[in-house]
Design a protein around this ligand. Sequence first.
Ligand code: F6R
Length: 603
Amino acid sequence: MCGIVGHIGHKNSVHVVLEGLKRLEYRGYDSSGVCFKNEFGNLTLFKKTGKLHNLKNLLRGVNLSSNSCVGHTRWATHGVVNDQNSHPHLNDTISIVHNGIIENAAEVKKDLISEGLQFKSDTDSEVFLGLVHYSVRQGMSLFDAVSRSFEKVQGNSAFVIQEKSSNQILAIKRGAPLVCGLNFKTNEVMVSSDPYALVGMVDQIFFPEDEVVCCLTGEKDKPITFYEKNGELSERYVSKKQECGLEPQEKGEFEHYMLKEIHEQPGLIRFLEEYYFLGAGKEVLKNVENEKPSRIQLNACGTAYYAGLVIRNFIESINRIPVSAELASEFRYRDPIFQESDLGLFISQSGETADTLAALNLCVERKVKTYSLVNVEGSTLSRLCDQNLFIKAGVEIGVASTKAFTQQVLTGRIMAESLKGTPSYGELRTKFSLLAHRLEVLLSQVDKIKKIAEEIYNYKGFFFTGRGQYFPIALEGALKLKEIAYVHAEGYAAGELKHGPIALIDEEMVNVAIIGPELLEKAVSNVEEIKARRGVIVILGPKDRKDLEALSDHYIPLNFDGLEELSPIYVNVANQLLSYYMAKFKGTDIDKPRNLAKSVTVE
Ligand code: F6R
């Protein structure tokens, strides 16, 4: 969702903030802006809808020398996409940027208007500016004004506040990501919604807990300090060395990050294997081997949820532990029944998805032990779970998740092996190696998939179907196509079509049938039913099957030999390629599809 970057330094603040915003572009946004202290000590504001280069054009010829700047990339929630609704929001002396939603904004705004305040935008965010401004006008310090105002707003949010008169930036959050950083040599300080903005700029990073007020000054003796809202010093933050590097974020020879990330998968599978079976991950597995949960409550959103469905199948068949897999956005508002020795399992690439975190909080409140399968180390999820199994996917830039899905499923498979108590990792390693090899072969022969994509990308609608362990892959295939190619696609359990959706089938509809070794004959019968109604058939199925070739209009043969258990991942990569090339033929913005954000930090 919205990206935040703030900096206090030595004349270079605007440049640092613009670089930070550029790094956050991958998260998805519709407008951007910066507010900085200019050479006369005034706060000066520039904001613009569209891509970051629109903002940069606006800044052309402006003296950008400044010691203090806050910047923002907006993903609209309240108020349409226009310049006025973009952030930062500024009155003469205070500017703010915001990520999240103020749930009681309408009510607070009404009160402020009755006190004579005026608003320039339709956003909920400006309401917070109004509250702070009002309190400062009443004589409060900025610190007290921010603390009091924060108590008045409901919902999950992070705010960064800059004031003209004091050389400080304040930040506070509830249920939204926020990270601060310090450069020991220069005393430069930064704040952001994403640690990636801080890479290479700071030596130490700090993750404040909810309701802690972060006070950034960049002053030698006290560059950054954390307080409770009552003004007492706070120790409620985690501090660690900034370690991650920037190199993997280049696209290299690939036209899109998504394509690059699809191609990274064989290497990442080998890396995961090494990490867990030979490297530091071994220690974590020892802990998992001692777990004896009677049931697993698995929660996630989107692609991570579909990965969870594959993992559920693994755990239920290998460990015979019942797994209740749920969309975190639903689970959080139910009144789920917890049992003693339940284990909460949370799957996420970003580790910042608001609904997944809310589901986690529910488990924490009920004193359920929690595990994560997460990519971003240091993310909120990883800090709150009792045990993390990192999926080691590296930074995923493409908004559509690809490599994270593969690594989530495989880490879940490793977890299932460890839960046995007496695992046979050797066999699993062989399977991982075979999968990596098969994916390499698939990725070296993409021309066939590309050609099929070219022939089908203009059809009216798509049904991705699968049975058993391929059903989650059908769901994921449809999601991928929808989000990057902007066509209607549905993932369906193949056996369910005749209970309704088959009414939609005609010669304008495509059925992408995912057929693996499991339940093959049954899946073929379901395809026959669609074929009989003149649907266009694409089969992703076992190689050397003349019958499947004859049944389909387009056939993508796959070599499943020896790969049965991990075959969902293998077919999924074929699906990723199909969606990618269809989107490419449609000419969409593949890495940053419209309306989407990489990290969904609001409900
Ligand atoms: C789809 C996609 C989303 C995410 C979902 C959860 O390609 O990326 O559906 O999977 O928003 O995000 P994380 O995994 O960060 O919790």
